[in-house]
Structure formats: C-alpha cells, structure tokens
Design a protein around this ligand. Structure first.
Ligand code: SF4
Length: 196
C-alpha cells in the first residue's frame, strides 16, 4: 500500500490491468449484486434532481420502486445505496436496442440534459473507496462478471489507475493524481511494481 495525503491506495490498483469490455459483459454491473450502488450524502439530492430527466428511460418496475421508497435506501451495512429492483437491478438501469445495460443518468449526461455524470462509486468501479475516520482507502474490488475486462486490460496493458484516471481526478483532484503518477514511477524504480 502507499499513501497520498489522507488516502491509502492498494498496490493492486497500480499493478492490475482492467478495461471494461462492454461487448462481453453487457454492462452487467448495473444489474448484478445484491445491493444498489453506494451513494455519497451530497449525491442523494442530485439523484432526486435528475429523476424527472431520466424518468422515461426507466422500467415500470423501477418507477414503482422509486414511487414506494425513493431513489436510495440504507443497506445492511448502513450505507446509502441506489434503490434496486428484484433485489439486484439498479433502478437507474436502461437498455439499448442491443440489450446492453447502461446508466440512464450517464445517458442523459451524454445528451447534455444534466451536469451530473452518475454517482462517483459507479464512475470509479472496480475501485471501491472506503472511509475510515479521516482516512480513505482505494482498493480493487474483484468481481467474476468483469473477467473480460481483466483480459482486455492485460492485452492492452492498461493498469486500473490509468483506466480510471478521470473518476480518480473527479474524486481526489488533479494534484492528487499527479502525486500518484510520481509515486508509481518511484515504485517501478524500486521494483515493487513491474516497469510495464
Ligand atoms: S465494471 Fe465490470 S460489469 Fe461493469 S461495465 Fe465494467 S467490466 Fe462490465
């Protein structure tokens, strides 16, 4: 592990390779798992604001869940997460004509309808950020449904922290990411992670 400011980073994030391969996984992370996506406190109001914009893209069952319990709920660990349908599908999931799952919020953002891209936890996946008092952890969450992303990342030799440069900067800032890049070079020179 290394530490930059108050963030402790797992070496896996710097060493392991990953590129989402949507043609294979079909965006399964939106509909698999047994809880919604983690939502930060200040993102709850953003989800509520974007709801009328994305409403027509949501499934009838998602609309029913939102009508009943809202856009988020508190999971077994006490974390705020997006509401889900049938115990697994995020309510903000939408589908394109080829059956690919995607995020209705991200779709609206790409169409210029909202400034909100999507919750930072979704943007950062497969990185998960943990909160421990004044410290945060940045770790790699391995999931079977992403195995094609591991293969593609290895083929293209792209480490996770580079694949997720944009959301890491969104979360921790440009200066933090620049420090991370310097630290990676030092770790390579010291032999803790491969040169390539
Ligand atoms: S995080 Fe995993 S399931 Fe989600 S789009 Fe990427 S590879 Fe696919």
């Amino acid at each position: 592990m290394i530490q930059i400011d108050d963030v402790v980073i797992s070496l896996d994030v710097l060493r392991d390779k990953f590129i989402c391969d949507l043609g294979v996984c079909k965006g399964a992370c939106c509909i698999e798992g047994d809880a919604g996506a983690p939502v930060e406190n200040d993102e709850v109001s953003k989800l509520q604001e974007v709801l009328p914009i994305v409403w027509d893209d949501l499934s009838d069952s998602a609309k029913a869940v939102i009508d009943q319990q809202g856009v988020v709920y508190t999971d077994e660990d006490g974390d705020i997460v997006t509401s889900i349908v049938n115990g697994k599908d995020c309510v903000f999931t939408c589908y394109d004509q080829s059956g690919l799952c995607s995020c209705a919020i991200e779709k609206a953002h790409r169409e210029g309808k909202t400034d909100f891209y999507k919750p930072i936890s979704c943007h950062l996946y497969p990185i998960r950020v943990g909160n421990y008092g004044t410290y945060k952890s940045v770790g790699y969450h391995r999931w079977e449904i992403c195995k094609a992303a591991v293969l593609l990342g290895e083929k293209e030799n792209l480490p996770i922290y580079k694949f997720l440069k944009t959301p890491l900067i969104r979360k921790f800032g440009e200066a933090w990411y620049e420090q991370l890049e310097v630290a990676v070079e030092e770790l390579k020179n010291a032999g803790y992670i491969p040169q390539k």
